[in-house]
Every structure is written in structure tokens, then in C-alpha cells.
Design a protein around this ligand. Sequence first.
Ligand SMILES: NC(=O)c1ccc[n+]([C@@H]2O[C@H](COP(=O)([O-])OP(=O)(O)OC[C@H]3O[C@@H](n4cnc5c(N)ncnc54)[C@H](O)[C@@H]3O)[C@@H](O)[C@H]2O)c1
Length: 277
Amino acid sequence: MLYFNNDSFYVELPQLSKKSTNSKDVVAGLGEIGLPIYQLISKNCQTIGYDTNPKLINKKLNQKYENLPTRFLHICIPFSKKFMPRVKSLYKKFEPQSIVIHSTISPGTTIKIQKSLKIPVIYSATRGIHKRMLNDLKRYTKFFAITPNTPKSKSIANQYSTLLKSCKVKTKKMSNPIALEVAKIVVDTSYYGWLINYAQISNMIAKKYGVDYDEMWSFSDEIQKYLGNRPKMFPGFIGGHCVIPNLALIGDNTLKIIKEINSDYAKILKKRKTRKK
Ligand SMILES: NC(=O)c1ccc[n+]([C@@H]2O[C@H](COP(=O)([O-])OP(=O)(O)OC[C@H]3O[C@@H](n4cnc5c(N)ncnc54)[C@H](O)[C@@H]3O)[C@@H](O)[C@H]2O)c1
């Protein structure tokens, strides 16, 4: 089946599973994480994709399954101030049995959404790099969490784990969505940024003293090998749309330093380049 996509224009999407059931899943937001999530789950259950960009929608398929009730509505849209109203409007459109948020969100969002809806809302953070997202989705355990004391949460948690098991993805349930919302930012993307910051700082010091970066870091190779607590990172500029934008979601003053060091590093590198010219 051919399908439109911004980058590659055509992407092969899997056919609906022969294991037809009386419900469908909906993936909302067919971008860098939504499309691979669609590709992953549509192999095992009836799934349709939905996006505000009509070019990304397979209209025929969506019409065919229009009248089937929705089991999971998978939210894969970027976080913004309008995230909550957007999720609610998708909820009204598809009337799902449960919502799964795969996007990276500001801590506290899942509980806020849960309070305003009667159906269970799962937060299930996504790990991976967009270039190899489908493989990364299969490689990493998919953590998830539901607000404690939510009605039907046990059965929904079981259904979600079963769905992912059928896709050969392991799951792990955390006690509370906030723990996972914070984890996604603090011990994943921000930690990565923090480590790159140290590479940037150490590179600037190496340059100041006319020292070779790799030779300097070779001093910590064995410690890293034996203790694993001296990781050497590449001293590049932090670009992309995860590490730096995710800092704004957590709004922590200390973590803001990651963005500041990155910006200063870019300025210093630019100055050095202009001096060399
Ligand atoms: N890209 C990654 O590698 C990655 C990794 C982990 C987590 N995430 C998180 O996943 C989320 C989505 O990121 P992405 O990179 O896939 O974004 P993206 O920009 O590639 O795709 C988002 C898609 O959602 C659509 N969309 C926006 N609002 C919509 C709405 N109301 N209804 C339906 N569709 C809508 C857009 O048209 C777009 O196609 C973000 O929270 C991001 O932080 C991304």
C-alpha cells in the first residue's frame, strides 16, 4: 500500500491484519514517531492513521473502518500549550476506550488530562532516534503508567501490554505518570545534553591549552572501561528537536544551563571560525 510522507513521499505501510476484530486503534499524528508506531501496531491489529495534514491520511482505509469503535487512541502529536485541547478534540472525534500518549510532555499533563476524561489515559514515553525509530521501538522496553486509582486501569494496562507483546515489544509499568514524564526528560534527553555539555566544555579547555581532544580523553578510557563513569562524548553542537526543546517542558532553572552552555559553545566556535578566515 502506498502512502504519502513529507520526507520520502511514498512509504510502504503494512496491510491491516487478517486477524479482524470488532474494534480499531487510531494513531493521531503521523510524523517521526507516529508513522513508526503505526507501522508497528498495524501489523497486529486493525489500525488507522490520522493527521491534520490530509496528505498523510489514507482516506479509503479510514472510511472503511469509520464505524468500528476505537480501542486505543495513540497520541503522537508535539507538545504545546494547545496539547490538552487537541487531545480532547481527538477524543471527541474517535471516542476511544482509552488514550495512550506517546509524545514527550510536561510533567503533570497526564494527570490533568485524566481528571478531565472518564476513560483511562496511559502515558507511554517513546525512546529512540527518528532515523531508526521502528527498530528502536522494538529494541527498548516501552514504559507506561496510569494515574493511580483510575477505574478500569488494570484491564487497560493488560490490554496495552498484550498489544505491545504481540508487536514483540516488552513493557514495564511505572507507579505514576509523573515518574515517567520526569524520567523521559531528566534521565534521557537532558542527561544526554548534560554529557555533551561536558564534552563542549572540555573541548574549549583543550583548545585553550592547545591540547588534542582525543589524546586528553584517552586518559579516562580505562576508568570508563572498568567503572563506566567517565563517558567521552563528541563535542558537537546540540541541534535537533528533542534535547533543547524538552528543557522547556520541565522548566528547571539548573537544567536551563544546558541550553546556555550549548549557545555559548556555538558562539565560541563561530568566533574561532571567523578568526581563522
Ligand atoms: N522524533 C523523535 O525522534 C522523538 C523521539 C521521542 C519522542 N518524540 C516526541 O514525540 C512527539 C511527536 O514528535 P514527532 O517528532 O513525531 O513530531 P512530527 O512533527 O514529526 O510529527 C507530528 C505530526 O503530528 C501532526 N499533528 C499535529 N497536531 C495534530 C493534531 N491535533 N491531530 C492530528 N495530527 C496532528 C502533524 O501534522 C505531524 O504530522 C513529540 O512530543 C516529541 O517530543 C519524538
